[in-house]
Design a protein around this ligand. Structure first.
Ligand SMILES: Cc1ncc(COP(=O)(O)O)c(C=O)c1O
Length: 351
């Protein structure tokens, strides 16, 4: 409000105001990166950052490896450049943890980049130090860009956030994308950034000049405050999400009909509903019809999440626990019906 009243309503600096880019760079310096304000461009959220980075890095015919299940906008973002998204399956039996060997096996002479998201939407998995080291090695070996979408980095319950650009030989081939949307619950402010090599940031600035003409000055002032104020609320928010995760896992723990994969991070949780005999979509529809509870079909995020649904931890713990108990009861009913009539009524409803 002070910024608005102070008249910060004119055309902004296209790359982002220096104080904000400095505050962003300072955060990454604490994570071990040797970066300054020239390594940063402020854009309208991580989504805009992803789109702009893809436009600057990719050409028609390039291939980009993306673990699936994955965040749903990636496909359109990448394909808008003419590049192809090459899915690399994550295995539900291994809690959807990323296997660098599977990534490497998918590399072809056309592979230009790997797009990773840790903590991960939809599974809440976190890439650990050993896995990051293996991924960095294969990026160097195959001369690939690494696009790192880190929007859930502040929401880690167990483990640590590693920014891959801090690893040896990765600064010049990493594009880090983040925003205030999740960390500060500021989704509607549309404030995010891309951090990368200066040459790439220059290209992004040219693109931003004709695409966006900069993010509103008063919102950048708010972002500066958010990033430079001691983050007590961030710690509180993390604990709230941790409590929600724990409430769901406890409520589902005894159910023979569903199995929750306990996420070490993020806002989401995958639940294995294969014992019901229903497809993820059929189960999600039934849960909505019978219990008024909305979850997303895992398959919406990629074929490897068939048989799973995604719960969102965005309501308070007591409500989530009650909803989880009803979800388990709904799954149990489906499982009992299946036991009574093993032949499915419709093949389309089955896995
Ligand atoms: C993995 C991931 N990346 C990017 C975004 C977009 O974030 P923003 O609001 O910063 O554009 C989302 C939003 O849900 C997301 O889940």
């Amino acid at each position: 409000m002070a910024s608005l009243r102070g008249g910060a309503t004119h055309y902004p600096n296209v790359q982002g105001k220096l104080a904000l880019r400095q505050a962003i760079a300072d955060d990454y310096r604490r994570l071990g990166l040797d970066v300054g304000p020239d390594n940063v461009i402020v854009l309208a959220g991580a989504q805009c950052g992803l789109y702009a980075a893809a436009q600057c890095l990719l050409d028609s015919g390039d291939e980009v490896l993306v673990p699936e299940p994955s965040y749903v906008t990636y496909e359109a973002v990448l394909r808008a450049t003419g590049a192809e998204l090459m899915q690399v399956a994550l295995n539900g039996e291994a809690d959807f943890r990323l296997d660098p060997a599977a990534l490497e096996a998918a590399i072809t002479p056309r592979t230009r980049a790997i797009l990773l998201n840790s903590p991960h939407n939809p599974t809440g998995q976190l890439i650990d130090a050993e896995t990051w080291a293996a991924i960095a090695a294969l990026c160097r070996r195959h001369d690939l860009w690494l696009i790192s979408d880190e929007v859930y980095a502040e929401l880690i319950f167990e483990g640590e956030h590693i920014c891959p650009a801090s690893l040896t030989g990765m600064a010049e081939r990493s594009v880090v994308i983040n925003s205030l949307s999740k960390s500060h619950a500021m989704t509607g402010w549309r404030l995010g950034w891309v951090l990368g090599p200066e040459a790439l940031i220059q290209h992004l600035t040219h693109l931003a000049l004709c695409m966006l003409y900069g993010c509103p000055d008063f919102i950048q002032d708010a972002a500066c405050d958010a990033l430079t104020t001691p983050p007590t609320e961030l710690q509180e928010m993390r604990e709230v999400y941790r409590a929600r995760r724990d409430a769901v896992c406890a409520a589902l723990a005894e159910s023979p009909a569903v199995t929750a994969i306990r996420p070490p991070a993020g806002m989401f949780l995958m639940v294995d509903i294969r014992a019901t005999g229903l497809s993820s979509q059929a189960f999600a529809d039934r849960l909505l019809d019978e219990e008024g509870i909305s979850v997303l079909s895992g398959e919406a995020f990629g074929p490897s999440a068939a048989g799973f649904v995604r719960l969102s931890l965005t309501v308070e713990a007591e409500r989530l626990a009650a909803a989880s108990r009803r979800l388990a009861a709904c799954a149990q009913r489906a499982r009992d019906e299946r036991a009574l009539s093993p032949t499915p009524a419709s093949e389309a409803d089955c896995l």
